[in-house]
Write a protein that binds this ligand. Structure first.
Ligand SMILES: *[C@@H]1O[C@H](CO)[C@@H](O)[C@H](O)[C@H]1NC(C)=O
Ligand SMILES: *[C@@H]1O[C@H](CO)[C@@H](O)[C@H](O)[C@H]1NC(C)=O
Ligand SMILES: *[C@@H]1O[C@H](CO)[C@@H](O)[C@H](O)[C@H]1NC(C)=O
Ligand SMILES: *[C@@H]1O[C@H](CO)[C@@H](O)[C@H](O)[C@H]1NC(C)=O
Length: 354
């Protein structure tokens, strides 16, 4: 009796042992086939961080993909440019301008069901090629448009407590700093305005590039900065507005209607060319403001409670923040979505815009 129950226990025990041993062996075989370096967790185990694959380096600029954390505190995904990881990537970020017209340089169409392609375009419609056959490829949009899934644009932040603003010293009235290779629609207004006042120009657009060290300080040394967009299109409001707001200079904007700017920045922090019948009237108004400190300083009242963050100025880093934002979105929002026609969305003006 005693023997038999011992025998029974031993028997049960050895079956259990064999079972456990077999499981351990299977587990170690399974672990053994996992790549040891990058360690994307197997799909069914809910990876802690999704992989975002940067398919093209925007404009060929390479930057350090590990900078999202130190620069912006963003660490919601694992960022890579390693195309061999395409089958494990939850997101693939595709810079629209780099797509060849025959679409031959896109990622493989046979993609895992969890993979989202992100259409990344920061050009205005007039500068965006209309590629055919891009239907039903993308899942998310990233652009300057407010209704994009991931919006990359000027943002105003509120201060925790009121702060007094020290106006930088000024020795120039009107400046224009631009690195654009094409000044586009901005050039005509500029040519007209310069008949009525001196405009100090800097940047690659004028063959006078500024080093990052001198960039913000040069803008700060002017009372006004011509924040002229080279293309006029809803929501297309770029760094040319952002940078004087950082520097402590009043932007004079040319772009979409004033109401559209007021969606994003305080109404009393900028001057719109449409506020005046013509360039001559604008020039007169700027001269008046130049001689009336009280009136000029009213353009900075908003800074007591709001501010705009400086951006990274080195040209290789100009896309870093956008890419980090895509990483943040991918890690935080697990939505399923398919975009039938990305251009239809991009070329249709949303109803809420002026
Ligand atoms: C991705 O998976 C497909 C089959 O689903 C395979 O043909 C392809 O070689 C894989 N790509 C890589 C880079 O492993
Ligand atoms: C692309 O098509 C839209 C209309 O669908 C048009 O407004 C836009 O100008 C076109 N872009 C180019 C670069 O031709
Ligand atoms: C200067 O501007 C302030 C505020 O707009 C105004 O009240 C004042 O009359 C102006 N002074 C002169 C001399 O124009
Ligand atoms: C992404 O879009 C493609 C094409 O429309 C679709 O087949 C796929 O199911 C979508 N995937 C996700 C995860 O949204």
């Amino acid at each position: 009796m005693w023997f038999s129950s011992v025998a029974h226990v031993v028997k049960v025990g050895s079956i259990a042992f064999l079972f456990v041993a077999g499981f351990v062996m299977l587990l170690s075989m399974y672990m053994g086939v996992q790549p040891s370096h990058c360690m994307p967790a197997p799909r069914n185990q809910h990876p802690p961080r999704p992989i975002l694959l940067l398919w093209f380096w925007p404009e060929g600029h390479k930057f350090d993909l590990s900078d999202c954390k130190p620069e912006f505190g963003i660490s919601d995904c694992f960022l890579t440019d390693d195309r061999t990881m395409v089958n494990n990537s939850e997101g693939v970020l595709i810079y629209n301008k780099a797509i060849q017209s025959d679409l031959s340089n896109l990622p493989p169409r046979h993609r895992p069901p969890f993979q989202k392609w992100i259409w990344y375009n920061i050009d205005p419609p007039s500068k965006t090629r209309n590629l055919t056959n891009l239907d039903n490829l993308f899942n998310l949009t990233m652009s300057y448009r407010k209704d994009a899934d991931i919006t990359v644009r000027v943002r105003v932040f509120s201060r925790k407590k009121a702060e007094e603003f020290m106006l930088p010293e000024k020795d120039k009235m009107v400046c224009w700093v631009s690195d654009e290779d094409d000044l586009g629609v901005a050039r005509d207004y500029y040519n007209e305005l310069k008949k009525h006042m001196k405009i100090h120009v800097f940047g690659k657009a004028f063959g006078k590039p500024l080093e990052p060290d001198h960039y913000y300080s040069t803008i700060a040394s002017c009372n006004f900065h011509l924040s002229f967009e080279n293309s006029i299109s809803p929501d297309y409001i770029t760094k040319t507005l952002h940078d004087p707001l950082v520097s402590g200079t009043v932007p004079v904007v040319l772009g979409p209607p004033r109401k559209n700017y007021e969606n994003y920045i305080p109404r009393d922090c900028f001057i719109h060319v449409d506020d005046f019948p013509d360039a001559k009237a604008l020039a007169e108004s700027l001269s008046h403001l130049d001689s009336n400190t009280t009136a000029y300083q009213n353009y900075f009242a908003w800074r007591e409670y709001l501010y705009v963050k400086p951006r990274l100025l080195e040209s290789h880093n100009q896309f870093l923040y956008d890419v980090c934002l895509a990483c943040q979105h991918l890690g935080r929002k697990r939505i399923y979505r398919r975009i039938h026609d990305v251009y239809k969305w991009f070329h249709t003006k949303p109803s809420w815009l002026p």
